[in-house]
Design a protein around this ligand. Sequence first.
Ligand SMILES: [Zn+2]
Length: 300
Amino acid sequence: MRLFDLHCDTLYELYQNKLSLHQNNLHVDLQKGNRFSPWCQVFAVWIPEDKRGEEAVAFFSNVVAYACQQFSFIKTKPEAKRAIDEGKCAGILAVEGGSVLGGNIENIARLSNFGVKIVTLTWNGSNELGNGCLSKDTGGLTSFGKEVVRKLYQHRIMPDVSHLNESGFWDVAELSDKPFIATHSVSADIHVHPRNLNRCQFAEIRDRGGVVGINFCADQLGRLDFETVYRHLAHFCDLGGENTVALGTDFDGTTLPPPWNNMAVLEALAEHLCKKGFSETMLDKFFFENAWNFFEKHLL
Ligand SMILES: [Zn+2]
């Protein structure tokens, strides 16, 4: 089975607990992922909300330095293809939290040098760029945040609107007609939650050729079971999202009970979706191809 997962928080857990990416007791490790071929995995570095300014900048560097002792992230299409041909994980760096810039626009070039392909603009709270979906401040992007989005595109880094509040979302949309991404977000029509995308937001991402990754956070889904994941996915497809919907598990970023706490669950999920009537082609789009096409076109 082919797999392209747009979001996991494994690097944070590795760094905090000094674990091995090769084999660990987390949701994701290289051995567990071996069952998928090819396997493209976006590894986000989550920046905790209590880290701002230089502390956030340094935290990112420390996490990446720890991960790079164990693993080489891909930056280009030839590197991705080589990893895939050799049966290895094509791991891609991302950052979850624009606070990683420490309020300094020049740090985007640094992220680009590290090979970062996606920056989630905020987490749940506020930062220098704007306000997350749980912030008391309901305003949109700051002028710094708008400058950041423009500059990210110049560096072929994709702004990620997962966690961003709705006014921030529409500010990102207004800044350009370029595609953007929601790496790990589900449908507000199926379950109302501040993190979820309403149908207008989903349509905006769809019309620009962006992608939306379905995640496994129980609070966002409403409940965590195969049928509920199916309902979110089927609804996005009903909204014309056949080429938009992808997977952004949030492995190691959310508490998951068995069997969801192991990557092998994806095979069981695919089986359920197949029984519900999704064709092999559609499942492959969801589990791999839509995300791959997006990366190939815009980021690699
Ligand atoms: Zn997240």
